[in-house]
Every structure is written in C-alpha cells, then in structure tokens.
Design a protein around this ligand. Sequence first.
Ligand SMILES: Nc1ncnc2c1ncn2[C@@H]1O[C@H](COP(=O)(O)OP(=O)(O)OP(=O)(O)O)[C@@H](O)[C@H]1O
Ligand SMILES: [Mg+2]
Length: 494
Amino acid sequence: MSRLRPRTLRGQLTLGLVVLLAVIFAGVGIGTTALLRGFLVTRLDQQLTAAGPRYAQSLEHGLEQNNMDADTRGQTLGTFGARAAGGVITQVGVINGTSLTGDDTGQVRLSPADTRAVLSLPLDGSPHTVRLSALGEYRLRSVPGLDSDVLVTGLPMSQVSETVRELATAEIALFAGAVVVAALGGAAWVRLALRPLDRVATTAERVSTLSLASGEVALEVRVPDADRGDEVGRVGASLNRMLGHVENALARRQSVERRLRDFAADAGHELRTPLAAVRGHAELVLRRGGELPDDARHALTRIEAESRRMGTIVDDLLLLARLDAGRPLASEEVDLTLLVLNAVDDARAADHDESDIGESATRHEWRLDLPTDPVTVPGDPHRLAQAVANFVTNARVHTPAGTLITVGISVDADKVRLAVQDSGPGLAPDLAERAFDRFTRGDPARSRGSGSTGLGLAITRAVAEAHGGGVTVRSKPGRTVFELVLPRTPPSEK
Ligand SMILES: Nc1ncnc2c1ncn2[C@@H]1O[C@H](COP(=O)(O)OP(=O)(O)OP(=O)(O)O)[C@@H](O)[C@H]1O
Ligand SMILES: [Mg+2]
C-alpha cells in the first residue's frame, strides 16, 4: 500500500480527492440506475395489469394463420400469452408484427425450463420477471381463466433494460470526465494552496546548509509572508521565531567566544613581560655569579629553561588566539619549497646535535620529494614556516632513531599538498582523531618532561585554515602521513 502512495503531499491530496469522487460517483450511478429501473418496471407492470389476459384467452381460437384469429387489438408488440390447462401449456404465442420470434405465425417454442417457470407462477396476478430462452426477459403475470384454465400474459423487459443501459453508459462517460477534470483542477489547486509550504521548506533547507558551528553567523533567512492566518502561516511564523532564538543564542555564544579569546590574548600578552624579566634575571645572575654554589646554579639553570619554555607556550597561545579571532595574515608569494628545505635542514641539524650527545647511530634518514620548479603559495611566510616545521619536528621527535622521513610537495590544479611521511610506529587511532586538538599529546606524562605541549598540530591546523586550506593525518604502524593542503589562489579571490 505504501508503495502506491505518492511521494509528495500534493500527490497524496490529489489522489485522495480523485478516489473520494470516484466512490461518490459510483454510488450515485448505482443508485440512479436502480431507481430508474424500479420506476420503469412499475410502469410496465401497470401496463401489464391494464392489458389483462385478453390475448392469452384468445389464443385458444387461433394461432395457426399468422396470429390472425387471436385478439391482438390494442395490445403492445411483443406481448406474450400462454394458456395452460391441467398442468400443461396448451397454447403459447407472442404478438410479433415484425419477426420478433422468427416465426410469422406468432407461435413460440418454450423450452422445458421455460415451461416450468411459466407454470410455477402464482395465480394471484402479481407480475414476476422470468427469463425465457426464446424471448429474453419478460414480466409475466398469471391469472385463472373462466374454464379452469390458467392464462399467462407478459410484456418484454427489453426496453427497460435498454433505457437503463443507456443511462448507465451516459453516466459512466459523464462521471469519468468529471473525475479527470477534478484530478487536473484539484492538482492545480493543491499546488497553489501548498505554495507557501514550499517557501517554508526552502527556508528550512537554506538554514540547514549554513555552517553554524563557529565564527560569526548571520542567520538572516526567514520565511516570507509568515503572517497568513492559516496552518502554513503558523508553521512559517514558528520557524521564524525559532530562527530568531537560534540567532540570539548564536550571537551570545559568539560574544562569549570572543571574550574568551580576548582574555587568552590579554593574559598571554600580560604574561610575556614578567616572563622575560624572570628569564633575564636568571641569565644575568648565571653569567655574573662565578662563585655560586652548585645547587643554586642548577636552580637558576632550571628557572631559565622553564621560563624560556613558558615563553614559547605563551607565544603559541597568543598565536592561536589571534588566528581564532580571524586577524588578517600577511599575504605574499611564499616559496613552499624553500620552507621545506629550511625545516628539514633545521631538523637534520637538531638530529645531529642530539646524536652527538647520545649514541652515534641515533639519526633519522631524511628524504625529499620535491618538484623541480619552486612551488609558491599565497600566504604568511612566518606562519607557514611554523606550520611546516611542526610537521617535520614531530616526525623527528615522535619516532625512534633510524626512521625514514620523506617530505614531499605535489601540485594539483588548484591546490598544493605538502606531505610528511615517516616509517615510525604511528599514532593510535583515538589519538589520530584528536591529534589536531589543543594540548593533545601521545604520552602526557613523558612528553611534558621532554618539552612537549601538544599545541604544535593545533597551530598547524589553525594556520592552514586561516589560509583557506586544511590538514589530514593517516597513520598505521610503519606509515604515518601528515598532509597540509593549501589553495594556490588566495581564498578572497575565489
Ligand atoms: N609523526 C608522528 N608519529 C607519531 N606520533 C605523532 C607524530 N606526530 C605527532 N604525533 C603525536 O601527536 C601528538 C600531538 O602533536 P603536537 O605536535 O600537537 O604536540 P607535541 O609535539 O606533543 O608538542 P608541541 O606543542 O611541542 O609540538 C604528539 O604528542 C604525538 O604523540
Ligand atoms: Mg609537535
């Protein structure tokens, strides 16, 4: 059943209308034909009663010569007469005039079944419908004759049936036409009546395509003419009210976000000066105080190192707050190839320093996969350098010695992809999902000691998004790929 149901409300309403009309018309059709038939049969019965058994009675005297001696005066064509005596039909005839029976004499041959039906009629003179095999349907009435015989007179039903059939045919044609007109007119009307609902749906669809997750949200779409008093108007007005609430809530959320960002930026900014002072004093004392006891020197070294680290964290947080606020970045042609070469150079040098301190074999294997021509993208050179360095440093810091690290650039029609691939143990799936969130670290307990804060990838993502690009990570043991995608044209020129 549900498969037969039209998909649109418009279709369902039209179908409902058509089915309802068809049922009503069928009822009216059946009722009128039944009434007409009843009326015509009553008239036929009156005629039959008025004619009386005269023809049947006269059959006794003549049928032989073309019905000549039978009393047919004033009788209707097709009048049937039969006379029975002693349970047997002795004479039977029909007034033909034309060759109604195919026999000019007016004699009729009744089949045994016809005979039984005629003889079984009650003698009270009430008319009954009987189907005679030779003549078709007849209204027959039977009365006792004078000399203890039975006289049966009948009139044909053919005209009644004909009239009823004609009415039925006319009604079917008329009603079918009316149903077609109602279907077409109804569909047009329903379409017109539901047009405001279309507007509600369009508005809802437009809202559903808006990105409401973050940032400044202008929720200006509204259902037009929602002040109609009908149901559709109410739905539209409710939707508009709901959009108003959502807009307020979004505006409030946005102002909270902005206050939070401002707070982070202000706090970062305020922390920089005292931090620099702490570090400066520690450095000063260390450089001057030759006769410092060992434990005091150690404490000052720690103070200096930690305040330096804290300075980096504060800088990172400030940068993130700035990127969140959507502050405009510098925009110039940046040579991405050069950035990669520098980042890998730095990483190699750091690798070298570390391996000099520890065992000689603790080095990574570096490989470059760059196009021959320099690849440039529009953007902020310092931020992009930071983004690339974060990927490259991670590949060095979070993989064991001997890992192969490949840094490659590929150019699409409108995008540049920078991929840093390593053959290290990779990230666990749940870590990979959160890798670009702030303060996400693989092993917090261990990495805090090693100077890891978990802000590197968050910064890379924020920088990529500020350039209209994005970042991805795919990781399994032995193959981890971090990818940075940047558009080749500035986002504003698209
Ligand atoms: N190439 C990699 N292989 C394995 N794990 C990685 C790799 N790159 C990143 N990770 C994991 O993702 C985590 C988040 O990296 P992210 O750069 O954001 O922070 P971090 O390196 O720990 O600290 P920092 O802020 O100093 O960069 C890391 O702690 C590390 O566990
Ligand atoms: Mg990192």
